[in-house]
Design a protein around this ligand. Structure first.
Ligand code: HXC
Ligand code: NAP
Length: 294
């Protein structure tokens, strides 16, 4: 689909690039020749991903441990990245999410999502954009949202609200930063099977709630490489006239009468939700333990 070396000479930073969709995009960028810095909180995931991709011998991947909720740390990582040479692109991929009835959320539960997706995404975008403008260089910012920016979705309200904010940041900055040659776009995926999403969005395959791929017109979840292709296209100079856009890649999910991905969860009982909460919290604890040991 793409010419060899399409992204050669480009340097990108991908948040959450050690796992899931972030890792897939990094693989695609590096295979097309780009050098990529990947960031996240779990060093072992970052290093494992970088080592595997670097062994393939195309673009090189380097790692930085970073919690995007910390604006000072974000600025320091961005300053260090630019000190090594200008960056050409940023992918805002890092996110947090879990399913929960909204009535059961505590303020800390809301903040756990909003501090990553809403605040963290802005911190990274701002630290990147201001340096690009200072350097007088053009570039591309791509954020990974969801189709809930149009439909909303029950049971994931903090995520839907925060992704909606990233969507509108994209349109606002596309207008404000167009004159600097900075393009700002989003990809809005439907369901793609990743470990991080499954543990928090369909623990135990969402007990009794059916499969949320049932309502997808194309009849299946997305393949990771399909998202990798779209991201490579949007980061390449060949799509230089595209800005302020949010492109869905969802097999038509949004058009399938799904009413937001998790509408089917209305069937769950309080006991089901208790079980789900316990499974999600166990997954959160496992990742937290991995972060504290690096
Ligand atoms: C209710 C919950 C909860 C649950 C946590 N909390 N899980 N509340 N139901 N299932 C509450 C806790 O009780 C606590 O509030 C607060 O949230 C913070 O909990 P911590 O465990 O301390 O959170 P923290 O360590 O900050 O972890 C953040 C996280 C975690 C977001 C909860 O999952 C994380 O770091 N995730 C990163 C990766 C991730 O989520 N990937 C999935 C992306 S998929 P109290 O008041 O009790 O102290 C995605 C797909 C979208 O976005 C589209 C699909 C179609
Ligand atoms: P994932 O593997 O859990 O990806 C989330 C990544 O973000 C992880 O690498 C995580 O690494 C990183 N991260 C989380 N909090 C962070 C923080 N505070 N600072 C730095 N990094 C942080 O799940 P995924 O499915 O690939 O999700 C990737 C993106 O796609 C997200 O934006 C998600 O909302 C979006 N999306 C996914 C789907 C899907 O079906 N999979 C659908 C629509 C949209 P650490 O925990 O090590 O920090």
């Amino acid at each position: 689909m793409f010419q060899k070396d399409l992204l050669k000479g480009k340097r990108f930073l991908v948040t959450g690039g050690g796992t899931g969709l972030g890792r897939t995009m990094t693989e695609h960028f590096a295979a097309l020749g780009a050098d990529v810095i990947i960031c996240g909180r779990r060093e072992n995931k970052l290093v494992e991903t970088a080592d595997e991709i670097n062994a393939r011998g195309a673009g090189q991947v380097s790692t930085r441990v970073l919690d995007i909720r910390d604006p000072a740390a974000v600025d320091a990582v961005m300053a260090a990245a630019f000190a090594e040479g200008p960056l050409d692109g940023l992918v805002n991929n890092a996110a947090g999410n879990f399913i929960s009835p909204t009535k059961d959320l505590s303020p800390r539960g809301f903040d756990a999502i909003a501090s990553i997706v809403f605040h963290g995404t802005f911190y990274v975008t701002h630290a990147f954009g201001k340096r690009l403008i200072e350097a007088g260089r053009k570039g591309s910012i791509l954020s990974i949202t969801t189709t809930w920016v149009w439909s909303g979705s029950p049971f994931v309200v903090p995520s839907a609200m925060s992704k909606g904010a990233v969507n509108i940041m994209t349109k606002s900055l596309a207008a404000e930063w167009g004159r600097y040659g900075i393009r700002v776009n989003c990809i809005a995926p439907g369901p793609f099977p990743t470990e991080g999403a499954s543990a928090r969005l369909s623990p135990g395959k969402m007990i009794g709630a059916g499969d949320y791929t049932d309502d997808i017109p194309l009849g299946r979840a997305g393949k990771l490489e399909e998202l990798g292709h779209l991201a490579a296209y949007l980061m390449a100079d060949q799509s230089e006239y595209i800005t302020g856009q949010t492109i869905a890649i969802d097999g038509g999910s949004m058009l399938g009468g799904n009413g937001g991905t998790f509408w089917g969860l209305q069937k769950l009982s309080d006991d089901d939700w208790e079980n789900i909460r316990n499974m999600i919290k166990a997954a959160n604890q496992k990742d937290k333990a991995a972060r504290s040991t690096g």
